[in-house]
Design a protein around this ligand. Sequence first.
Ligand code: HEC
Length: 157
Amino acid sequence: MRKVLFLGLMIGLGFAVAYAFNIAPEKYRKWNHVKSMVIFDQKHPLFNPFSGIHHVYVNDKGLGSIKVDGPRKFPDGTKIAIVFYEHVLDNGAYVEGSKKLEAFMVKDSRRYKETDGWGYFAYDGKGNNIVKDMFKDCHACHSQVKDRDFVFSIWTK
Ligand code: HEC
């Protein structure tokens, strides 16, 4: 009986881990809005693949740190989301088109030792996982801002 309970618990945990980071917009949009940006010019180094309109959100745990404009550390439990939409020209304005990408950084210094404490997750517009290697696909580029604890965004005042 205890074995069955244990197995049930492990399966439950497995599902919880698998789904924990595929966070619905309804959830992260209740976090704190950090900043937004429109990348519309091919001359911008991030145009491919990060063109479009994006918004950044942080949960309450990481709010204090993201407001620091300088060397900083985020506490375990911090979650940061970035969501990308196509930028569609509409009568002189750029409006949000279809969703391109949702990406997350989750701080857990024990679980994600190889990437300096950050777990990286990303899904295309249809919800398919697109991260194969957290280090190569995400962390290497984020290492440009190591002194800011690998987080580029700073709270818009
Ligand atoms: C080529 C460099 C590069 C790669 C590769 C990259 N990012 Fe980023 N990422 C950035 C930049 C630059 C920003 C800041 C955008 C802004 O200023 O609004 C950013 C922002 C973010 C943010 C918001 C927090 C922050 O650092 O500002 C998250 C979350 C994020 N990226 C997750 C990921 C994930 C997950 C991957 C891997 C699939 C990834 N990134 C790959 C450059 C990169």
